[in-house]
Design a protein around this ligand. Structure first.
Ligand code: SAM
Length: 219
C-alpha cells in the first residue's frame, strides 16, 4: 500500500496566517485538500469504517518508530476520538526531527512551528493538534510526555524492532491509561489488552499485516 503522489502547494505567508488567527495565537490550519489528495478512493472509504473509541477532552498518542508516517495517525485520531486537544508524540531514532517537521509542513501546508521544542501546533477541523517530534531511541528512553499516562499507542511495522527489547512494550502498556487503546498491525497478547473487533476494509489504511485495536482493561 502506498500513498498517491502528493502535490505540494506553496504555503501561505506566515504574516497572512498570523493576521487570520490573531498575532498572539497563530494556530496554523492543516490543508485538508492536500490530505484528501494523498489518499486513494479505497482509503477514503475505509476511513469511514474507523470505529469511535474514546470520549475525552484532551488526549495523547505515542507513536514509536514513526519514520515519516505522518498522516495516518492524524486521520485515525480524527475518527477515534472527539477530543479537541490532541498531542501526538512521534519518536524515531534514525530520523532527524527537522526532516519530519519539514515533511509535515509540506504535506499539510502548515509552515510555522516552535523550533526550539521540536513542536508543531496546528488546527485540523475543529481540533488543536500538537506534534512533538523526537529523535530518540525509545527502548532507552520513553518520552516524558507519556510518563504520567497517555491514551493511544500507535505502531506500524515496528514489531520486529521492539521484539528485541521486550521490556519496552510492557512499559508502554503499563503507562497506557485504563481504557486507553493500542493500535497496531501485529497481533499482540497481553493480560490487560482486550481486542476490539474491526472490519477487514481498514487494512488499506496503511497497515502491513492486520489491523488490531486493543483496549486496556485491568479490572
Ligand atoms: C519499518 S520502519 C516503519 C516506519 C513507520 N512506522 C511506517 O510504517 O512507515 C521502523 C522504524 O522504526 C525506527 N526504530 C527502530 N528502532 C527504534 C528505536 N529503538 N527507537 C526509535 N525508533 C526506532 C526505525 O528508524 C524506522 O524508521
Amino acid at each position: 500500500m502506498t500513498l498517491k503522489e502528493i502535490k505540494v502547494n506553496k504555503p501561505k505567508s506566515n504574516f497572512l496566517l498570523q493576521l487570520k488567527h490573531g498575532i498572539k495565537k497563530p494556530l496554523c490550519i492543516l490543508n485538508e485538500k492536500m490530505l484528501d489528495d494523498a489518499l486513494t478512493e479505497e482509503q477514503k472509504n475505509a476511513i469511514k469504517e474507523i470505529p469511535f473509541l474514546l470520549n475525552k477532552e484532551k488526549v495523547t498518542m505515542f507513536y514509536p518508530g514513526s519514520g515519516i508516517d505522518l498522516l495516518f495517525p492524524i486521520l485515525y485520531l480524527n475518527k477515534i476520538t472527539d477530543a479537541k486537544d490532541i498531542t501526538i508524540i512521534f519518536a524515531d531514532q534514525n530520523i532527524e526531527s527537522e526532516t519530519i517537521i519539514s515533511l509535515m509542513m509540506q504535506l499539510t501546508g502548515i509552515h510555522a512551528y516552535k523550533k526550539k521544542q521540536n513542536k508543531i501546533i496546528f488546527k485540523f477541523k475543529t481540533k488543536k493538534i500538537t506534534l512533538i517530534i523526537q529523535k530518540e531511541n525509545v527502548f532507552a528512553k520513553l518520552p516524558e510526555e507519556i510518563l504520567e499516562g497517555y491514551d493511544f499507542y500507535f505502531e506500524r511495522a515496528f514489531d520486529l524492532f521492539r521484539s528485541s527489547a521486550p521490556d519496552f512494550i510492557k512499559k508502554a502498556i503499563a503507562l497506557l491509561n485504563e481504557n486507553g487503546f493500542l493500535i497496531t498491525d501485529k497481533k499482540i497478547t497481553h493480560k490487560y489488552l482486550k481486542q476490539i473487533s474491526t472490519r477487514e476494509e481498514l487494512k488499506v489504511l496503511g497497515f502491513y499485516d492486520e489491523l488490531g485495536i486493543y483496549e486496556k482493561v485491568t479490572k
